[in-house]
Ligand binder design. Sequence first.
Ligand code: ADP
Ligand code: MG
Length: 451
Amino acid sequence: MGRGQMVAEQWAGISEELRSEIGESNHRNWIAPLECLGVQDGVAQFRAPSRFVGDWVKRTYHDQIFAHLRSVASDVARLEFIVGEAPRPRATPEIVIAKTLPADELQGAPLDGKYNFDNFVVGKPNELAHAAARRVAEGGPVTFNPLFLYGGVGLGKTHLMHAIVWELREKRPDLQVLYLSAEQFMYRFVQALRDREIMDFKNLFRSVDMLMVDDVQFIAGKESTQEEFFHTFNALVDQNKQIIISADRAPGEIKDLEARISSRMQCGLVVDLHPTNYELRLGILQRKAAQFMHTYGSVKIDDGVFEFLAHKITTNVRVLEGALQRLFAFSSLIGQEVTMEMVQDCLSDILRSSDRRVTVEEIQRRVAEHFNIRLSDMLGPKRTRTIARPRQIAMYLAKEMTSRSLPEIGRRFGGRDHTTILHGVRKVEEMRGTDSQLNEDIELLRRLLES
Ligand code: ADP
Ligand code: MG
């Protein structure tokens, strides 16, 4: 008890030190409202005026507070923030906080330092997305709103978004930029609802100069989160504040996303990141290798290794990067250069699974065979059920098993429109819920195609 009391008293001193470390306004907004309740069983307890404040403090200042406390009380093992039952003026301090927050306080999700523009390799498949990201990163007048970036996993959406934030911090430190995933948006929204702090939530999100929401497909089907997002979105657009959104597919293709939201998202600039090509993959490998040299020291890599990898691992940049990292780790561990032999040994699992890549054409052929129809009919215009159903199944498998976009798949189905493909895919998804024969057919086909 005595000791706990002492810490509570010393807190005043720590709080002063924090003031000089984090600045007057941060201190006023975040540290001053905390009440130190003392230490018990190694836990230093603080009362925060709201869960909202408690969470921000925990996320942003945890380490700093902890370090100070440890220097006066070495028995402190962790910090705990409880929300105040103590009487407090139910005024609106957080609303003011939201307005006076400096840019970096608003950082929603941790940023990866490596995800900057310097480390982003530009090639044909991503040049538009890159150019658009560069443009908004200048922080000039808003020209397209929102910027909607979409593309398959591992194609660099998150990388570009982080790069925008880094760039803006340099160029426009006055701007309040908030980056977070759609999942975090939902989490905070639900938390605010639960804690009856929805006004704080609204004010925070409406007070930023730029809002970036990653992987927005996540909120599809989550009705009240979508609703709130829609209002936030509109409020910011009305104030001419830049919004940047990413998703794994085009706005109109996100299932269970309200039509009014998807149509508003298409009002700005929609750009997609295309699947990588060979040159881009080669460029990325070279860039990443240079980065890894910092971590693992200089590693010698035989000629042809990069070319081989760029040729073989085509699905996802993350996998490509993982493969390279493994080679570096292995090579530095055994003190040998990276040879083609080592590549085969060390990456056999990755190489095997990339060998099994399926093409739309193979899918069409297998499905036609399975249902005993002609390939030409599968691609042609006939609409009889015996042809149309297998065709839709092939569309569905093409969407599921390849990284082709809907327009690309459409082109391979005799030049059909992407909406036709989408319709086919949805139809099959829907039928899978009730039709067990269909499910069996699909699973059988999938196994055939994968083997
Ligand atoms: P997404 O968010 O689209 O799923 P990420 O941005 O997380 O993809 O990218 C996955 C990984 O691939 C990251 O490590 C990223 O740095 C890397 N990457 C993707 N595209 C590029 C690129 N053009 N240049 C450099 N690295 C890239
Ligand atoms: Mg991402």
